[in-house]
Design a protein around this ligand. Sequence first.
Ligand code: SAM
Length: 245
Amino acid sequence: AGTLYVCATPIGNLEDMTFRGIRTLKEADLIAAEDTRNSIKLLNHFEIRTPMTSYHEHNKIEKGKKIVDWLLEGKQVALISDAGTPGISDPGEELVRMCREAGITVTGVPGPAACITGLSISGLPSRRFVFEGFLPAEKKERQRVLDQITEETRTMVFYEAPHRLKKTLEELQKVLGQRRISICRELTKKHESVYSMTLEEAIAYYEKEEPRGECVIVAEGRSRQELEQQERQKWEPLSLEDHME
Ligand code: SAM
Protein backbone atom coordinates (compact mmCIF):
# COMPACT_ATOMS: atom_id res chain seq x y z
CA ALA A 1 0.00 0.00 0.00
CA GLY A 2 1.01 3.61 -0.44
CA THR A 3 1.62 6.18 2.26
CA LEU A 4 -0.46 9.22 3.17
CA TYR A 5 1.79 12.25 3.62
CA VAL A 6 0.17 14.97 5.75
CA CYS A 7 2.04 17.91 4.35
CA ALA A 8 2.20 21.42 5.84
CA THR A 9 2.28 24.40 3.47
CA PRO A 10 3.06 28.10 4.12
CA ILE A 11 0.64 30.35 6.04
CA GLY A 12 1.54 33.37 3.92
CA ASN A 13 5.22 33.37 3.07
CA LEU A 14 6.09 30.91 0.31
CA GLU A 15 9.69 30.74 1.53
CA ASP A 16 8.39 28.72 4.47
CA MET A 17 7.71 25.70 2.26
CA THR A 18 10.14 23.00 3.30
CA PHE A 19 12.51 21.09 0.97
CA ARG A 20 10.90 17.86 2.07
CA GLY A 21 7.45 19.30 1.46
CA ILE A 22 8.33 20.19 -2.13
CA ARG A 23 9.92 16.81 -2.78
CA THR A 24 6.95 14.99 -1.24
CA LEU A 25 4.47 16.90 -3.40
CA LYS A 26 6.58 16.30 -6.53
CA GLU A 27 6.98 12.58 -5.91
CA ALA A 28 3.40 11.84 -4.85
CA ASP A 29 1.04 10.24 -7.39
CA LEU A 30 -1.78 12.46 -6.21
CA ILE A 31 -2.26 15.56 -4.07
CA ALA A 32 -5.50 15.81 -2.09
CA ALA A 33 -6.06 19.54 -1.61
CA GLU A 34 -8.69 21.42 0.37
CA ASP A 35 -9.18 23.86 -2.52
CA THR A 36 -7.45 22.98 -5.78
CA ARG A 37 -7.86 26.51 -7.20
CA ASN A 38 -6.06 27.91 -4.21
CA SER A 39 -3.30 25.28 -4.14
CA ILE A 40 -2.51 25.54 -7.85
CA LYS A 41 -0.65 28.79 -7.07
CA LEU A 42 1.63 26.96 -4.64
CA LEU A 43 2.18 24.09 -7.08
CA ASN A 44 2.96 26.45 -9.96
CA HIS A 45 5.39 28.43 -7.83
CA PHE A 46 7.39 25.30 -7.02
CA GLU A 47 6.89 23.73 -10.45
CA ILE A 48 5.05 20.78 -9.02
CA ARG A 49 3.12 18.92 -11.74
CA THR A 50 1.41 16.26 -9.63
CA PRO A 51 -2.34 15.86 -10.31
CA MET A 52 -4.69 17.20 -7.66
CA THR A 53 -8.05 16.11 -6.34
CA SER A 54 -10.23 18.03 -3.92
CA TYR A 55 -10.69 16.85 -0.34
CA HIS A 56 -12.72 19.12 1.91
CA GLU A 57 -15.29 19.31 4.68
CA HIS A 58 -18.21 18.57 2.33
CA ASN A 59 -16.83 15.55 0.47
CA LYS A 60 -14.67 14.08 3.21
CA ILE A 61 -16.61 10.83 3.52
CA GLU A 62 -16.95 9.74 -0.15
CA LYS A 63 -13.65 11.26 -1.24
CA GLY A 64 -11.99 9.85 1.87
CA LYS A 65 -13.07 6.34 0.87
CA LYS A 66 -11.72 6.87 -2.65
CA ILE A 67 -8.39 8.11 -1.33
CA VAL A 68 -8.13 5.07 0.97
CA ASP A 69 -8.77 2.82 -2.07
CA TRP A 70 -6.06 4.60 -4.11
CA LEU A 71 -3.65 4.19 -1.20
CA LEU A 72 -4.53 0.49 -0.90
CA GLU A 73 -3.79 0.13 -4.64
CA GLY A 74 -0.29 1.41 -3.92
CA LYS A 75 -0.59 5.11 -4.81
CA GLN A 76 1.33 7.68 -2.78
CA VAL A 77 -0.97 10.50 -1.67
CA ALA A 78 -0.06 13.89 -0.18
CA LEU A 79 -2.68 15.83 1.74
CA ILE A 80 -2.52 19.63 1.86
CA SER A 81 -4.88 22.33 3.10
CA ASP A 82 -5.21 25.98 2.05
CA ALA A 83 -2.53 27.04 4.53
CA GLY A 84 -0.54 25.54 7.36
CA THR A 85 -0.88 22.06 8.74
CA PRO A 86 -3.78 19.85 7.59
CA GLY A 87 -5.94 18.60 10.44
CA ILE A 88 -5.34 21.74 12.53
CA SER A 89 -8.68 23.57 12.19
CA ASP A 90 -8.58 22.23 8.63
CA PRO A 91 -9.72 19.05 6.89
CA GLY A 92 -7.53 16.02 7.49
CA GLU A 93 -8.42 14.43 10.81
CA GLU A 94 -11.08 12.18 9.27
CA LEU A 95 -8.84 11.01 6.42
CA VAL A 96 -6.00 10.20 8.81
CA ARG A 97 -8.41 8.17 10.96
CA MET A 98 -9.77 6.29 7.92
CA CYS A 99 -6.24 5.51 6.75
CA ARG A 100 -5.18 4.30 10.18
CA GLU A 101 -8.22 2.06 10.38
CA ALA A 102 -7.28 0.60 6.98
CA GLY A 103 -3.73 -0.07 8.18
CA ILE A 104 -2.22 2.50 5.81
CA THR A 105 1.00 4.27 6.83
CA VAL A 106 0.46 7.95 7.63
CA THR A 107 3.40 10.25 8.02
CA GLY A 108 3.73 13.96 8.76
CA VAL A 109 5.72 16.43 6.70
CA PRO A 110 5.88 19.22 9.28
CA GLY A 111 5.97 22.92 8.58
CA PRO A 112 4.06 26.09 9.46
CA ALA A 113 1.06 26.19 11.78
CA ALA A 114 -0.36 29.60 12.67
CA CYS A 115 -1.07 28.55 16.28
CA ILE A 116 2.55 27.64 17.06
CA THR A 117 3.95 30.63 15.17
CA GLY A 118 1.61 32.98 17.06
CA LEU A 119 2.26 31.42 20.44
CA SER A 120 6.03 31.50 19.96
CA ILE A 121 6.08 35.27 19.38
CA SER A 122 3.20 36.23 21.70
CA GLY A 123 5.33 37.00 24.73
CA LEU A 124 2.94 34.96 26.87
CA PRO A 125 3.95 31.81 28.79
CA SER A 126 4.42 28.95 26.34
CA ARG A 127 5.52 26.14 28.64
CA ARG A 128 1.93 24.97 28.99
CA PHE A 129 -0.73 25.96 26.51
CA VAL A 130 -4.05 24.83 25.11
CA PHE A 131 -5.18 25.14 21.51
CA GLU A 132 -8.84 26.20 21.31
CA GLY A 133 -8.91 26.90 17.56
CA PHE A 134 -12.12 28.61 16.41
CA LEU A 135 -14.77 29.05 19.09
CA PRO A 136 -17.86 27.02 18.12
CA ALA A 137 -20.36 28.94 15.97
CA GLU A 138 -23.38 27.37 17.64
CA LYS A 139 -24.55 29.58 20.53
CA LYS A 140 -24.93 27.03 23.34
CA GLU A 141 -21.76 25.16 22.49
CA ARG A 142 -19.90 28.46 22.24
CA GLN A 143 -21.08 29.53 25.68
CA ARG A 144 -20.09 26.14 27.13
CA VAL A 145 -16.53 26.59 25.85
CA LEU A 146 -16.41 30.20 27.06
CA ASP A 147 -17.56 29.13 30.55
CA GLN A 148 -14.92 26.42 30.61
CA ILE A 149 -11.99 28.64 29.71
CA THR A 150 -12.61 30.99 32.66
CA GLU A 151 -10.87 28.39 34.82
CA GLU A 152 -8.05 27.65 32.38
CA THR A 153 -4.60 28.28 33.86
CA ARG A 154 -2.66 27.49 30.68
CA THR A 155 -2.08 30.01 27.89
CA MET A 156 -4.91 29.73 25.33
CA VAL A 157 -4.58 29.95 21.57
CA PHE A 158 -7.57 30.85 19.36
CA TYR A 159 -8.12 31.25 15.64
CA GLU A 160 -10.38 33.99 14.35
CA ALA A 161 -11.45 35.63 11.10
CA PRO A 162 -11.23 39.45 10.92
CA HIS A 163 -14.99 40.01 10.61
CA ARG A 164 -15.67 38.14 13.86
CA LEU A 165 -12.72 39.45 15.84
CA LYS A 166 -14.53 42.25 17.72
CA LYS A 167 -17.37 40.00 18.85
CA THR A 168 -14.95 37.31 19.99
CA LEU A 169 -12.81 39.79 21.94
CA GLU A 170 -15.92 41.08 23.72
CA GLU A 171 -17.01 37.56 24.62
CA LEU A 172 -13.52 36.67 25.83
CA GLN A 173 -13.43 39.80 27.97
CA LYS A 174 -16.64 38.74 29.71
CA VAL A 175 -15.10 35.45 30.86
CA LEU A 176 -11.41 36.36 31.12
CA GLY A 177 -11.68 39.93 32.44
CA GLN A 178 -8.48 41.91 32.54
CA ARG A 179 -6.14 39.30 31.09
CA ARG A 180 -3.31 40.11 28.75
CA ILE A 181 -3.64 38.94 25.17
CA SER A 182 -1.56 39.06 22.02
CA ILE A 183 -3.24 39.46 18.67
CA CYS A 184 -0.90 38.02 16.03
CA ARG A 185 -1.92 39.25 12.59
CA GLU A 186 -0.78 38.35 9.09
CA LEU A 187 1.91 36.03 10.37
CA THR A 188 4.89 35.55 8.03
CA LYS A 189 3.42 38.16 5.65
CA LYS A 190 4.62 41.66 4.77
CA HIS A 191 2.30 43.37 7.26
CA GLU A 192 2.76 40.97 10.15
CA SER A 193 2.04 42.58 13.51
CA VAL A 194 1.62 41.50 17.11
CA TYR A 195 -0.42 43.67 19.49
CA SER A 196 0.04 42.83 23.16
CA MET A 197 -2.45 44.42 25.52
CA THR A 198 -5.30 43.71 27.91
CA LEU A 199 -8.61 42.53 26.51
CA GLU A 200 -10.17 45.85 27.42
CA GLU A 201 -7.47 47.75 25.54
CA ALA A 202 -7.91 45.48 22.53
CA ILE A 203 -11.66 46.16 22.44
CA ALA A 204 -11.04 49.92 22.68
CA TYR A 205 -8.42 49.66 19.93
CA TYR A 206 -10.83 47.95 17.53
CA GLU A 207 -13.49 50.54 18.17
CA LYS A 208 -11.34 52.90 16.15
CA GLU A 209 -9.56 50.45 13.87
CA GLU A 210 -11.26 47.99 11.48
CA PRO A 211 -9.80 44.47 12.03
CA ARG A 212 -7.94 43.30 8.96
CA GLY A 213 -6.16 40.08 8.08
CA GLU A 214 -6.21 36.64 9.62
CA CYS A 215 -5.17 36.44 13.21
CA VAL A 216 -4.28 34.22 16.10
CA ILE A 217 -5.39 35.35 19.55
CA VAL A 218 -3.18 34.22 22.40
CA ALA A 219 -4.64 34.78 25.86
CA GLU A 220 -3.05 34.55 29.26
CA GLY A 221 -4.31 31.76 31.52
CA ARG A 222 -5.72 32.34 34.97
CA SER A 223 -2.91 33.23 37.34
CA ARG A 224 -2.32 31.70 40.77
CA GLN A 225 -2.80 35.20 42.19
CA GLU A 226 -6.22 35.53 40.58
CA LEU A 227 -7.15 32.07 41.83
CA GLU A 228 -6.05 32.84 45.40
CA GLN A 229 -7.89 36.13 45.36
CA GLN A 230 -11.10 34.42 44.32
CA GLU A 231 -10.67 31.72 46.96
CA ARG A 232 -10.10 34.37 49.62
CA GLN A 233 -13.23 36.23 48.57
CA LYS A 234 -15.17 33.01 48.88
CA TRP A 235 -13.94 32.20 52.40
CA GLU A 236 -13.26 35.55 54.03
CA PRO A 237 -15.51 35.96 57.08
CA LEU A 238 -17.92 38.85 57.03
CA SER A 239 -16.48 42.02 58.49
CA LEU A 240 -17.88 43.68 61.61
CA GLU A 241 -19.70 46.27 59.51
CA ASP A 242 -21.43 43.52 57.59
CA HIS A 243 -22.73 42.08 60.87
CA MET A 244 -23.94 45.45 62.05
CA GLU A 245 -26.01 46.11 58.95
N1 SAM B 1 -4.28 24.68 9.32
C1 SAM B 1 -3.95 26.05 9.58
C2 SAM B 1 -2.72 26.12 10.50
O1 SAM B 1 -2.02 25.12 10.62
O2 SAM B 1 -2.44 27.17 11.05
C3 SAM B 1 -5.13 26.82 10.14
C4 SAM B 1 -6.29 26.93 9.20
S1 SAM B 1 -7.67 27.78 9.82
C5 SAM B 1 -8.91 27.38 8.65
C6 SAM B 1 -7.38 29.45 9.42
C7 SAM B 1 -7.10 30.32 10.63
O3 SAM B 1 -5.72 30.18 10.98
C8 SAM B 1 -7.30 31.80 10.39
O4 SAM B 1 -8.64 32.20 10.62
C9 SAM B 1 -6.36 32.42 11.42
O5 SAM B 1 -6.95 32.41 12.70
C10 SAM B 1 -5.20 31.42 11.40
N2 SAM B 1 -4.18 31.82 10.43
C11 SAM B 1 -3.84 31.21 9.29
N3 SAM B 1 -2.84 31.87 8.67
C12 SAM B 1 -2.53 32.92 9.44
C13 SAM B 1 -1.60 34.00 9.35
N4 SAM B 1 -0.77 34.09 8.33
N5 SAM B 1 -1.58 34.90 10.35
C14 SAM B 1 -2.40 34.82 11.40
N6 SAM B 1 -3.32 33.84 11.53
C15 SAM B 1 -3.38 32.90 10.58
